[in-house]
Design a protein around this ligand. Sequence first.
Ligand code: XIL
Length: 373
Amino acid sequence: MPLTASPRAALLAALLLASGCAGGAASSAAATPAAPAPADAAPAVPPIPSLARAYQGSFLVGAATNPAQVLMGDTHELIARQFNVIVADNDMKPLLLNRREGRYEFGMADQVVDWAVKNGIKVRGHCLVWHQQAAPWIFTQDGTPVSREVLIARMRTYIHDVVGHYKGKVWAWDVVNEAFAPGEPGIDTEMGWRRSDWYRIIGPDYIALAFQFAHEADPDALLFYNDYDTESPAKRQLILELVRSLQKKGIRIDGVGHQAHSYLSQPDVADLEATIREVARLGVKNHVTELDVSLRERWGSPVLEATPAVLKRQAERYADLFRMFKRNREAIDAVLIWGISDETAWRKEAQPVLFSEYRPKPAFWAVIEEAAR
Ligand code: XIL
């Protein structure tokens, strides 16, 4: 439930005291008589509590961002205060890093990574192998599909170059993204595996190869398999089977990333929790990698108007999810939201994240309040 004004004020005061933000101004004001405020002075805006700090000891809290946000003064301060892990929402994808064969454009991504390193913020690298936003040249040569050997060699080069470039700076990589789509209408699959170009040209062991290459390139980076709808029992089985098979082959995998793109009534929190627990039982970690809660009842249903009642439901939904994350904190190392402020979020039409115009929404306060429970 969102906070009413007075408990919220009390919570805010407690969090600010705990983070050492309050007190100084009051005591200096007591020592020196205050000068009369000019008539047009803006009211003092107290700093809002920090999500990262609120969940310290449970898991890291982060968000997807981009070079513009980390370079602009007002937004980079908010990001640095709120989050202790970030991910580039697009800038580290092959389409942006490697538009032409043999040429890398690291400039934009480097800005995000270097800013994070400088500010002591961890970086998730997203993503190395995906059917979307792939390097446009990688699957073909002179207009015809490349052979299995050529594609493996190209994948190896790409992963070595990119993971090598960020060695020691990227904490965790999404090595493979969205390999499964069991029963999804309109998607070409085989036994639940998406028949992407990677799958059709290399075969199912493209995943093991990608993990092997990533580990060679940076033995210290954590390596994740990432997907959406991980709460679905069919996808859960495929993911668990993948983790087991990599483990059996002695190939390093450190965890599973749950995108968790959500709606007001979907997914069922218990289903996502079941997947998180099963993953942990295999001895690997969970990251919630792309959390958002669209103002829609469920996938494909219309966007609801952002009335106070609807924003309250969004806040409750975020609180339900964070409550579940908290009770599974032993199994979850990081929770990242897919965007910082609604206007620039991927699903902006459905106002899915915690800030609007970089100001906290009811959902932000609900997540903060949940931390203190
Ligand atoms: C999205 C970006 O946020 C958009 O800006 C882009 O146009 C498309 O990709 N799953 C993923 C992310 O793994 O990489 C996607 O990001 C959102 C869905």
